[in-house]
Design a protein around this ligand. Sequence first.
Ligand SMILES: Nc1ncnc2c1ncn2[C@@H]1O[C@H](COP(=O)(O)OP(=O)(O)OP(=O)(O)O)[C@@H](O)[C@H]1O
Ligand SMILES: [Mg+2]
Length: 775
Amino acid sequence: MIATSDFLGHLNPSQRRAVEHHCGPLLVVAGAGSGKTRALTFRIANLILKHQVNPENILAVTFTNKAAREMKERIQKLFSEQLAMQYHSTKFDLLPEYEQTKLKSQVYKNTIKDLWCGTFHSLLSRILRFDIEKYQDEKGRQWKRNFSIFDESDAQSLVKEIVTKQLNLDDKKFNPRSVRYAISNAKNQGFSPKELERERPDYKGRTIAQVYGIYQDRLAENNALDFDDLILIPVRLFQQNEQVLKYWHHKFRHILVDEYQDTNRTQYELIRLLATNGETNKSLWDWDKRSAFVVGDADQSIYSFRMADFRILLEFQEDFGDGLPDEETQTMVKLEENYRSCENILQAANELIENNTQRIDKILKATRGSGEQIYAHKADDEIAEAEFAIHQIRTLERENPDINWGSFAILYRTNAQSRPFEDILVRQGIPYSVVGGLKFYDRKEIKDVLAYLRALANPADTVSLLRIINTPRRGIGKATVDNLVNAAQELGVNLWEILSDETSVNTLAGRSTKSVNKFAKMIGDWQTQIETVSVSEVLQAVLEGSGYIKDLKTQGTDEAEDRLQNVQELYNAALQFEEDSDDVSLQAFLASTALSSDLDNLKEGSEAVSLMTLHASKGLEFPVVFLVGLEQGLFPNYRSMNDPAALEEERRLCYVGITRAQERLFLSHARERRLYGSREPAMRSQFFDELPEELLTTQSRRRMERRSKSPAFAVNGVDSNQNWQVGERVLHKAFGIGEITHVFGGGKKISVAIKFSGLGQKIIDPQVAQLQRMN
Ligand SMILES: Nc1ncnc2c1ncn2[C@@H]1O[C@H](COP(=O)(O)OP(=O)(O)OP(=O)(O)O)[C@@H](O)[C@H]1O
Ligand SMILES: [Mg+2]
């Protein structure tokens, strides 16, 4: 057996208890940065190494796909290190590279490959690939294993079409977005359209239920599921079919869930069913052979708008343990040391969250030094706020060899706030990534190409067929398409059945007959290949055969060039997928693309400033964090102003934001802000007043540097962008040497005119241009 003592040494005693706990239920509750995720990861390793649990009997639920990947990599590394000691009696890092690779691939093959570790959505889509054909919905409808997954934008367009075209409803009264949200909520509460109608018998409720009903019909016709179905259908399937539940219950002996505070009722039900086999008699739960291990922090519950409910966390012991108070210590572990943040940051977070009434008090002690004060900044407007943050980033990056662009995160309340930051980052050539911006998989060209693949994998997917039938243009007009669709509806078959029948096409397609038949033949030919040919080869055939690439090339615009690159990137993704995955079927590839969440935009090891909403930042950590837009009505948002429970959720969100920071934290607000079009005066957020004054500073960077003896990161005291004088000679990166002829404005709004030899005079913002003085 492999010695486990080595890696358990990296844990404190409470973490160790959580990790070494073998069977039965266990709840780990602890504040931010206390090593909950780390404990969960090590626990998986320990189950396999010490208790010889077969990796395929472990189900680990993470909050993002990225977290799942990290967890697997971490375990792979731990195991490779153990094997290095066992086989070679030396440290892994000291082995030659080929030995390292060999060990890692051995660990991959024997362990990681079989581990079920991912988000609720990705794990359940896998389960459905096995068993969905055993499921029947309340109308007796069934789905096939090659189902498509409609992502949020697909779902939204479908709802829009039903609302505006099919039912001719006023889209002001029935905003498709809110209707989609209402449907999603209904699904998350487990309501069918009928049940929703019963729940909300008023006109609005009835109409939404009607849209919901049609929406479900359309999904079923397309052999498609939306994200909510990926959770809801397994729950119903398990409730319907004892055999199926028994199989998965038996398979997943050890269930682990990270971020349990953001679980909703349907997800909870799923965990309960899997852990207990649906048995309500607690004495029949064979806890001596299995475990349910969840970790979370009720203070970080921030997804109530997706029906998450942190009471589920608080009720864990009662639900899964036997509920006796003296048993408490056996089913719960508290972690009380924070390893992430400097003390000042942690203290600020702790004091802020104490303003919430709905919480359980807990201890969270710092293990690191006090660190620097938190910098509070008031800017004139949102542009000045962005300038401030990016100026700080530049300075810190320049002054500190230990940090790079990837050390910084800018966190905001709403997605729209990223724009001024992006503008300046682009102008200054600083690499950045917007986590949760327009997703790669949401871009038009990617959706087009994936629609081809979806139509191949699932011919019933009419939504995809309609997307590609005339993309790129192949002379199939709207009237023809309408004819074909109407005929399919009349006959109660799906569009592909009409398309793939030459006689029907000849009758219906008029002048486009030739083009439609050609299209159908092309799709039909590829459909026969998907079982035998790799995903990347299918993709290549589609890109070339469909004329998609050719069309982009002939357009010749910059935009088309961008789109070409994205399509190329999709091809790379397919190659990568073939290298990394166990199941390399086209369906598995499509599932992975549909489920790659916003948060996956966060590139591993990439040296880029990260921009994201506070919601997206959960579970992550960064050396330097900017929390921006701390203004009443923005953060906390206006909806929470008269709603105490909503305000508490905003405060938890602020707690999440503050606790992402390891070394430095900057809080900022603007005096006025242009948001949603108009320029409005803004008031500083009440959260500022809830932070201990002594931890905040508003002093200029210059003084701060002199005062702090050994700052974690020294900020450059001299702002070289100020005090420019007429007559000074300067060096500009692109234009070379020039002489300042004029200085406009002052302070942050300064700009200078410079005469460059041979180039004439140019007006330049010295903060942006990084001018250097020539002596
Ligand atoms: N025992 C330990 N010794 C040293 N560092 C630790 C220890 N436990 C955790 N850490 C480090 O502390 C940081 C926070 O850990 P982790 O992300 O697991 O916390 P968390 O409780 O999951 O936080 P969050 O609530 O934000 O999800 C990580 O960098 C982790 O590597
Ligand atoms: Mg965590």
